[in-house]
Structure formats: C-alpha cells, structure tokens
Write a protein that binds this ligand. Sequence first.
Ligand code: ASP
Ligand code: MG
Length: 243
Amino acid sequence: MLIVQKFGGSSLADAARIRRAAQRAVHAAEMGNQVIVVVSAQGDTTDRLVSAAAAITKDASAREMDSYLASGEQMSACLMAMAIGNLGRTAISLTGWQAGILTDDCHSDARIQALVNNRILQELACGKIVVVMGFQGVSAAGDITTLGRGGSDTTAVALAAFLNADKCQIYTDVDGIYDRDPRIFPDAVRYDAISYEDMLTLARQGAQVLHVRAVEMAQKYQVTLQVLSSFRPGPGTTVTALP
Ligand code: ASP
Ligand code: MG
C-alpha cells in the first residue's frame, strides 16, 4: 500500500515527538508499505516566524513572507528524515519544489495545481521514506508559495490524490472529529465517520482540525481521510463519502 501520513505542528513540537512520529512512519514501512510523510512546522514555529517578520516590517512582500514561512517546514522535515534514519530506515526530505508541487502564484494563499515531476515516486521506488514539506509549493515563475495557514493538510491530500495513495492519515493533537469543540464542551461526541459535506461545514465554521481546502480536495478526488491522535491510540474519525 501507499500511505501518506501527515503530522501537525503539535505532533512534532519537540525531539521526543518527532521521534514518535518517525516511529509511526517506520512501522508503516516495516509492514511493507511505501510511506510519504508530510510535515508541518514544529509547534508554534510559523507564528514565531510571522512575529519575527512583523518586527522588521509591517508590509513585507508576500513573496518574501512565503519563502520565509516555508523555512519552518524545511526544519521539521529535515529533522524527521534524520529521526527516521536514526531508526535504521533511509529517508529523504523534499521541499515543495523538489517534490514538484506546482501552485498558482497567489502568495500566502496558493492553490496546488499539479505534481510536475516524479521525484517522490523515484525515491519511494528506491525504498526510501519520503518526507515532504507541507504548506509549500512552487509557482510557474519558480518562486516559493505557501498554501494558507494550516495548509499542510492540503499538501497531504493533494499527494494522496495525485499519487493514488491507499490511505491518507492526518495525525493531530485530538483523537478525531467532534460535533463541537471538545476542549470547550466536555460532552462533545466524536464521529467514527463523517461525510465530506458535514466535514466541510464544520471546517468552514472554524473547526481547526482540517484545512477547508484539504477537505474540498479530498472530496473532489475521493480521498478517504483518517484523522488520528498522535498521542493516544484509537480509531479516530474517517472522513469519506458516506451513503
Ligand atoms: N505551519 C503552517 C501553519 O502553522 C502550516 C500548517 O501547520 O499546516 O499554518
Ligand atoms: Mg503549523
């Protein structure tokens, strides 16, 4: 099977968490799967980068901001590849442009258009776990773009769609999708499964768990998503076309 595993910022916040995420990827590979890992930046890195830029100027160009913010995922992806290597498997990190993720040129809110090279497949064929930097791509002009805050989910779904993956697992700090915010409402109920439409409604209402565009893309390409906790075992929530 070809599996895409996406890890959010809180799932990568420190060395121990990166190691734990790396173990999941290695485990999936050891079960005989090809594994693509998509990473967000560690913890609140992206927020800190936004603040650091704001301390320099209030009107940075969107192009420079995109190159700057993309560095967060560059750091986490390289650490992830190192952690996987440390567990005895070969991994390679790829930037958005190395992975061939072509977007439009709408800086800070770019849309993925296509996968324009075979690098990921080539590296998988060599037996490597491929770690792709989420949230970033490249425009036709060759500039780094970003996909909007929370956009790593969209990277994961796009890769699963374009490469026809068998599974797209989104590892996060909650153990699935709830009908209400479980941090505020203790009696919130977790869905075992939810339709794309209902998930889109929740995401558009501000549920932070999945990026709206990721759900739209999952629906368009019929990618079944599993939302799982990085920290607790459990069935999570499956987002799919329900009858
Ligand atoms: N690191 C980016 C953000 O914080 C992208 C992501 O986390 O999905 O928005
Ligand atoms: Mg993030």
